[in-house]
Design a protein around this ligand. Structure first.
Ligand SMILES: Cc1cc2nc3c(=O)[nH]c(=O)nc-3n(C[C@H](O)[C@H](O)[C@H](O)COP(=O)(O)OP(=O)(O)OC[C@H]3O[C@@H](n4cnc5c(N)ncnc54)[C@H](O)[C@@H]3O)c2cc1C
Length: 112
């Protein structure tokens, strides 16, 4: 493995809508920014294809990978509930973050 070194004013962890907008605004103000993202980059067509070929259809996370190195939020360990109210939101680990969730939740499945 080749070691690389990078330099930036700010390092943003996560490329979801929060991190991306933060990085964009910082860059507009002249700061150099690095975004670290643990998930993979998946093209839109692949997410749609993953949904179409999913055998279950009812699972909203089927179109997205649930890799051991980047689990989604339904996998224990991604989100830790510390309060008394149990809340488990669906969050995705991929480039773009949870903004991609539309592909699995809003596509109508024709009944046959
Ligand atoms: C089904 C569904 C429908 C929704 N509908 C709406 C809607 O209609 N309107 C609306 O406003 N909101 C909606 N939301 C909510 C909205 O999508 C989320 O609130 C928003 O996308 C969260 O953005 P975020 O950047 O905070 O987090 P995320 O998008 O989850 O981004 C976090 C990023 O950090 C990365 N990451 C995590 N851990 C690490 C790590 N250790 N190292 C590096 N990177 C890491 C992840 O891969 C991800 O890219 C919906 C959510 C879901 C699940």
């Amino acid at each position: 493995m080749t070691a690389s070194s990078y330099d930036a004013d700010v390092v943003v962890v996560g490329s979801g809508v929060t991190g991306s907008n933060l990085a964009y605004e910082l860059a507009r103000k002249g700061r150099s920014v690095i975004i670290l993202e643990s998930g993979i980059r998946i093209p839109r067509w692949k997410i749609v294809e993953n949904f179409r070929t999913s055998s279950r259809k009812v699972n909203r996370n089927d179109p997205y990978p649930n890799a051991p190195y980047a689990p989604n939020s339904y996998t224990p360990g991604y989100i830790e509930n510390t309060g008394t109210f149990r809340f488990l939101p669906g969050m995705l680990r991929l480039v773009g973050g949870t903004t991609w969730h539309w592909g699995g939740s809003d596509v109508a499945v024709p009944s046959q």
